[in-house]
Design a protein around this ligand. Structure first.
Ligand code: GDP
Length: 295
């Protein structure tokens, strides 16, 4: 991911390297190149436009200190702006439930990597001293429940499920079970569909109302490009979620989702998933991602 963007930004900075000063002309050329590079990486048009304008203003407004070259200065500005674009700092999960267990609701489209993420998160929380319970609230697909059971087995975290096709009953039952078994965190894997549909959204809204989750995470596949941003918008309008989990960042996605989503929905990216295995989950740090992009 980001290889192409990194190469193109590097080429832009190289062009600036021989320049003695920053002026309207060389900044103009650099900004045009950066704009093309971002759009080429599938970054949302409005986000790109604002980004380039912000960098231009900063670059023209800044005194070039003797010890740094114009190119170094632009790299620093782009680095800072990229970090800001992706949310600045990592925003941790809110697990400070006033009443135990803390409830984390996980939503997203089918195939986004939601169930896999639930298991990965359970493993991470367990490693951090928590005692999680996974709850299968994707009650319509027996395969989904089975998958959560298998993954739960792999990460050695118990899984609660029911036979009936009643997501709310499954979720409430899971929370009850957690109270009885002293699990301090419940991770609720909700139902997804291949596309956004009304029944899925209405069910997710009901779960939100009835469970009052401490944290609602929206899981989205970075490989679907611009569509990731559109889907995030729809889920955010209905659920007002707390954070985003970007998945499949190990693939050859162009990275536009990672760069646009925070700006468009104004919700932090909290985790990134980088593979199918239960350990392939990282906390999302905007500054590290920016550095990775800039090589
Ligand atoms: P759900 O339908 O949203 O619950 O999605 P699943 O968790 O079943 O994941 C769908 C597919 O994507 C499965 O084959 C997962 O192994 C795969 N998957 C999930 N996360 C990642 C990831 O970060 N990288 C890759 N390459 N595959 C992933």
């Amino acid at each position: 991911m980001f290889d192409n963007l990194s190469d193109r930004l590097e080429a832009t900075f190289k062009k600036l390297a021989g320049q003695a000063t920053i002026n309207e002309v060389n900044i103009g050329i650099a900004m045009r190149d950066i704009k093309r590079a971002l759009l080429g990486a599938d970054v949302n048009y409005k986000v790109t436009k604002k980004f380039v304008e912000d960098v231009r203003q900063k670059a023209l407004g800044e005194e070039v200190v003797k010890s740094v070259s114009p190119a170094q200065m632009i790299v620093k500005i782009v680095n800072d702006e990229l970090t800001e674009l992706m949310g600045g700092e990592n925003k941790p999960l809110n697990l400070n439930a006033t009443k135990l267990p803390a409830v984390i609701m996980v939503a997203g489209l089918q195939g986004s990597g939601k169930t896999t993420f639930c298991a990965k998160l359970a493993k991470r929380l367990k490693k951090n001293g928590k005692n999680p319970l996974l709850v299968a609230a994707d009650v319509y697909r027996p395969a989904a429940i089975e998958q959560l059971r298998t993954l739960g087995g792999q990460v050695e975290v118990p899984v609660f499920s029911i036979e009936e096709q009643d997501a709310l009953k499954a979720a409430l039952g899971g929370i009850d079970e957690a109270r009885q078994k002293a699990n301090d965190v419940v991770i609720v894997d909700t139902a997804g569909r291949l596309q956004v549909d009304e029944a899925m959204m209405a069910e997710a809204e009901t779960l939100k109302q009835r469970l009052s989750p401490d944290e609602i995470l929206f899981v989205v596949d970075a490989m679907i490009g611009q569509e990731a941003v559109n889907t995030a918008n729809v889920f955010n309008e209905r659920l007002d979620f707390d954070g985003v989990v970007l998945t499949k960042l190990d693939g050859d996605a162009r990275g536009g989702a990672a760069l646009s989503i925070k700006q468009v929905v104004d919700k932090p990216i909290k985790f990134m998933s980088v593979g199918e295995k239960v350990d392939d989950l990282d906390v999302f740090y905007p500054d590290r991602m920016a550095q990775r992009i800039l090589g």
